[in-house]
Design a protein around this ligand. Structure first.
Ligand code: UN1
Length: 512
């Protein structure tokens, strides 16, 4: 059998049932509803889930406010203990939850497990952070005065997450928001509600072990755009963190801004890598392959544009085309599969449309065709596409959430950086070079305009310790590590007068 036909089709539904039970999700929450949930592996229905309506959202927000009002008074290091226990649950159930990510989102096994590892990592990070929610002290211009900053919990945090990282992105937000003293309202993607229910069940176990966590501290709201809209319009939810398309993010940010809420946006990426003449091409090849083809091109950090110096173009491209032609595509449960399915038919259609447009513009397209269609008619597997273009046409400026890598030729670093930055998105980026000047220029003020700029690794697969997010249409939000926690708190500036006088700032006099 060729790599493409590896693995006979095995149904998914039964294993989903076993996993949900092993993870402690009550049958009633995924059996008795109206919305069908499908696995992208086979396209079969695996659950029927109940949806929340606008009234349910209003009620959930009410509970969330009550939970917040209790939780904000729990000392932060104690709040960290709950997140530590959540991390323990995730460690204990990593195999099952990782497997459920594979079944529901179609990720290969190591990526499903990797996603849960990312959750464990952010929990560890947040536990440490729970003792480090530092404010500054500031020198006052007035005698006998002191100034300081205090960081306070802000309120219920709405989390809108996407199908492609169905649980890790929640955890970046949730682990930080919890130690910061907030309650959580989670609207997962309607394509991946089951992993959300499983995480909620693990959270509830952690809450029981913790003892005394307020009821309703973390809630899941399953549903479509109406649920998202109810959440974004509710002024009792001061922070809404949304991950997904730029189209969705624009709607969310406008609605949240209208009521002066704060949004944390992590939207479309259109990530590029520049390959310089001095690059280690073996290393670059591996980096490019993972970043462009991994997760079937469905990461927001996926490599979508490759800008190759003309000096190495003709060496690199044939090797890349070979990798594209031989990569294992199929059932993500099988060892040896590197490319699982696209999430659904709409993703497949969008990919084919983009490839048609590229062909009409004169592109040379390698791959991109559907595979396994006969055996698995309801699932959408594709060979990743390598698309050689002479210029960065409009199509390339849009994020198509599928494994398409557009390749452009360039003559030097200034031209490469210009092409690199000439798209509306600004999430992640990378350069392959062994020339220190090129690497530093790429990371400098006149280099990459993205939130993430890497050297000699691809743009995807970030660790949780750094701030994650990007500029321009990516939305400007930062999540996960560094000081991203500040977005989940409100800052108070305190001025304390310990003198017997009342000097006014700026020397103003006001004697009564
Ligand atoms: C996403 O695709 O929404 O950097 C998140 C990465 C992962 C997270 C991706 N750690 O690729």
């Amino acid at each position: 059998a060729t790599k493409e036909t590896r693995g006979a089709l095995r149904p998914v539904a039964e294993e989903v049932t076993q996993l949900l039970r092993a993870l402690g999700v009550p049958d009633s929450s995924w059996r008795s509803g109206t919305r069908p949930v499908r696995s992208p592996i086979t396209g079969e229905e695996v659950a029927r889930i109940a949806e929340a309506g606008a009234d349910d959202v209003a009620h959930a927000v009410e509970r969330s406010v009550a939970a917040f009002e209790a939780w904000r008074n729990v000392p932060a290091p104690r709040r960290g203990e709950l997140v530590r226990l959540l991390g323990e649950e995730l460690r204990a159930h990593k195999t099952e939850l990782g497997r459920l990510v594979t079944l529901e989102a179609g990720k290969i096994v190591s990526e499903g497990l990797g996603e849960v590892q990312e959750m464990i990592d952010i929990c560890d990070f947040a536990v440490g952070l729970s003792r480090q929610l530092y404010g500054l002290t500031i020198a006052s211009e007035r005698p006998g005065h002191r100034m300081m900053e205090t960081w306070h919990p802000v309120g219920p945090v709405g989390i809108i997450s996407a199908f492609n990282f169905p649980v890790a992105v929640w955890s970046w937000n949730a682990a930080l928001a919890l130690v910061c003293g907030n309650s959580l309202l989670w609207k997962p993607s309607e394509k991946t509600p089951l992993t959300a229910l499983a995480v909620q069940a693990l959270f509830e176990r952690a809450a029981v072990a913790f003892g005394g966590a307020p009821e309703g501290l973390s809630q899941v709201l399953i549903g479509g755009a109406e649920v998202g809209a109810a959440l974004t319009d509710d002024s009792r939810v001061p922070v809404v963190s949304a991950t997904g398309s730029t189209r969705m993010g624009r709607i969310v940010s406008e609605r949240v801004a209208r009521r002066f809420g704060r949004s944390i946006l992590e939207l479309g990426g259109n990530n590029a890598a520049i390959v310089c003449p001095s690059a280690d091409l073996d290393l670059a090849l591996r980096g490019i392959a993972f970043a462009a083809m991994g997760t079937a091109g469905q990461r927001c950090t996926t490599l979508r544009r490759l800008i190759v110096n003309e000096g190495v173009y003709d060496t690199l491209l044939p090797r890349l085309a070979k990798a594209y032609g031989s990569v294992g595509i199929g059932d993500p449960r099988e060892a040896g599969t590197l490319i699982g399915p696209l999430i659904d038919q709409a993703a497949f259609d969008a990919m084919q449309k983009a490839l048609e447009t590229a062909k009409r513009a004169g592109a040379r397209v390698h791959g991109g065709e559907r595979v396994h269609a006969k055996e698995w008619p309801d699932a959408y597997y594709v060979r990743p596409a390598l698309v050689e273009l002479d210029e960065q046409i409009d199509l390339v400026k849009h994020e198509t959430f599928a494994p398409i890598l557009y390749v452009l030729r360039c003559s030097g670093l200034p031209e490469a950086i210009k092409l690199h930055n000439a798209v509306p998105q600004g999430l992640s980026s990378s350069i392959f070079t062994n020339d220190m000047r090129e690497a530093e220029t790429f990371m400098s003020a006149e280099g990459s305009d993205c939130g993430i700029a890497n050297v000699n690794i691809g743009p995807s697969g970030a660790e949780i310790g750094g701030a994650f997010g990007g500029e321009k249409e990516t939305g400007g939000g930062r999540e996960s590590g560094s000081d991203a926690w500040k977005a989940y708190m409100r800052r108070a500036t305190n001025t304390i007068n310990y003198s017997r006088q009342l000097p006014l700032a700026q020397g103003v006099s006001f004697d009564i």
